[in-house]
Design a protein around this ligand. Structure first.
Ligand code: SME
Length: 169
């Protein structure tokens, strides 16, 4: 059974989040199970989120993966929206106010700010991790730093698996 540990500072809580995800990835090799639990863990440790989850790159489109939150857009083309920009740029995208971002794809009307991280398998983009918040300017360098650590753990996990990016099933 999972026991949520949150201690003291935000940094300490985020360190526990990273450790929890590290252990989960070491214990299980099924990608859907791991991505499901990772989105749940992030949702528990990062305050003020209305949506968090994965999109997986398949044939130049991002396809909805495991997530927590409202039902969401299923397919996003590379280069479109904030998720597609993170893939095209191969870099983290933080948007303080999604309503001021041209081309933002609105999936949940509660979202006001967003952070999207590309997830790599070896050097290839495998998909993205997307966090949405109802608060304007929710995502700071602190969230970016710890979520990049999570992304790096997922890269280590994916790089040991036999399936290759772009993922097909
Ligand atoms: N807002 C994203 C789409 C995904 S949802 O937020 C879950 C975008 O502009 O790419």
């Amino acid at each position: 059974m999972f026991h949520l540990q949150k201690e003291g500072s935000i940094e300490k809580s985020y360190e526990l989040m990273v450790q929890t995800i590290k252990m989960m990835l070491e214990d299980e090799k099924d990608i859907i199970a791991n991505f499901s639990n990772i989105s749940s863990v992030i949702n528990l440790y990062v305050d003020k989120l209305n949506w968090v989850g994965f999109y997986i790159l398949k044939e130049n489109e991002l396809v909805l993966g495991p997530f927590q939150g409202m039902p969401a857009c299923i397919r996003i083309k590379v280069g479109k929206g904030i998720c597609g920009k993170a893939v095209a740029d191969r870099n983290v995208v933080i948007v303080e106010n999604v309503h001021a971002f041209p081309g933002h794809i609105a999936c949940d009307s509660a979202t006001n700010s967003e952070m999207v991280l590309p997830i790599f398998q070896n050097e290839e983009v495998f998909g993205v991790l997307d966090l949405d918040s109802p608060e304007i300017n929710r995502f700071t360098d602190l969230e970016k730093q710890y979520l990049i650590e999570v992304g790096n753990l997922i890269t280590v996990f994916l790089s040991k698996q036999s399936y290759k990016a772009p993922f097909h099933n």
